[in-house]
Design a protein around this ligand. Structure first.
Ligand SMILES: Nc1ncnc2c1ncn2[C@@H]1O[C@H](COP(=O)(O)OP(=O)(O)OP(=O)(O)O)[C@@H](O)[C@H]1O
Length: 264
């Protein structure tokens, strides 16, 4: 990603929370219409990286550059919603600022929740609520949509449907998407680039390449190998040479087609 074309570009990020280091030496960027998925174990700093990108967390070192006037849509991991609020979906989308009914309906359609407008917020399932929250983020007409574990609590078909919706949104609105996920086997088909985070960037590249990388396997194992064999393999990821995980000394070589066959 060249510096000129990046919508958001972070370099050398160091972040500590509660006196403990969470991110160190993290470089990250997202370009126009790119879908970037961040994967990593619990506590690896994924949410913190997202929050640093939007300016909610200030890094101790490094910097985040956002294109001037960039419109962001951020969907946090947990929305502090009072489930007893007597609100229907359309009204929820008009708070705190008034938005025309046509715009709200359009956003619900884009989020795949067109039929939910009149439903009370309190009665929605987790997956339905997730789409409504996504619709709310779309009202900002974001150039970058940042989603923190948007498929948490969804079953696999539910997750897959949600990711298809994200692809639709990307092509209709022309926005970039940065998404935190645990589920590489589902997101990989929709992602242009996967970043594997564990306090630092362990490896990144095209999904099928990262999924075969020793760094990725050290963190997640090989649980998706059947699906991975379907992907064309390319030598298109880079490693952090300072990564402390147990790397195979020839891990680049291991990502060649022989390894893909090995995973079947
Ligand atoms: N406000 C805070 N104060 C102190 N420590 C925090 C705070 N927020 C997060 N942390 C710690 O920072 C580390 C990274 O948290 P973060 O939420 O970014 O990880 P994550 O990769 O998103 O995790 P998960 O997959 O569990 O959501 C964790 O050890 C967490 O306990």
């Amino acid at each position: 990603m060249s510096t000129r074309s990046a919508l958001i570009e972070a370099s050398g990020l160091r972040v500590s929370l509660g006196g403990r280091p969470v991110l160190q030496g993290v470089d990250f960027s997202v370009g126009p219409e790119e879908i970037v998925t961040i994967v990593g174990p619990n506590g690896s700093g994924k949410s913190t990286l997202l929050r640093t990108m939007i300016g909610a967390v200030r890094p101790e070192a490094g910097h985040v550059r956002r294109q001037a006037g960039l419109r962001l849509g951020y969907v946090p991991q947990k929305l502090a919603l009072d489930p007893t609020l007597p609100l229907d979906v359309m009204r929820f989308l008009s708070l705190p600022r008034r938005i025309s009914a046509a715009e709200r309906r359009r956003a619900l359609e884009d989020a795949g929740a067109g039929q939910l407008g009149d439903r009370p917020l309190a009665g929605l399932s987790g997956g339905q609520l997730q789409r409504v929250v996504l619709a709310r983020a779309l009202l900002e007409r974001p150039q970058v949509l940042l989603l923190d574990e948007p498929t948490q609590g969804l079953d696999q078909p539910g997750s897959a449907a949600f990711y298809r919706q994200i692809e639709h949104i990307r092509s209709r609105l022309g926005c970039a998407v940065v998404m935190v996920s645990h589920e590489l086997h589902v997101v990989m088909s929709a992602s242009d680039r996967v970043v594997c985070l564990n306090g630092h960037v362990c490896c990144e590249g095209r999904p099928e390449a990262v999924a075969q990388a020793a760094e990725y396997r050290a963190l997640f194992g090989t649980g998706t190998n059947g699906a991975l064999a379907l992907y064309r393999h390319e030598h298109s990821h880079v490693h952090d040479p300072g990564c402390s995980h147990d790397h195979h000394p020839h891990s680049h070589a291991r990502t060649e087609p022989a390894t893909a066959a090995e995973g079947r």
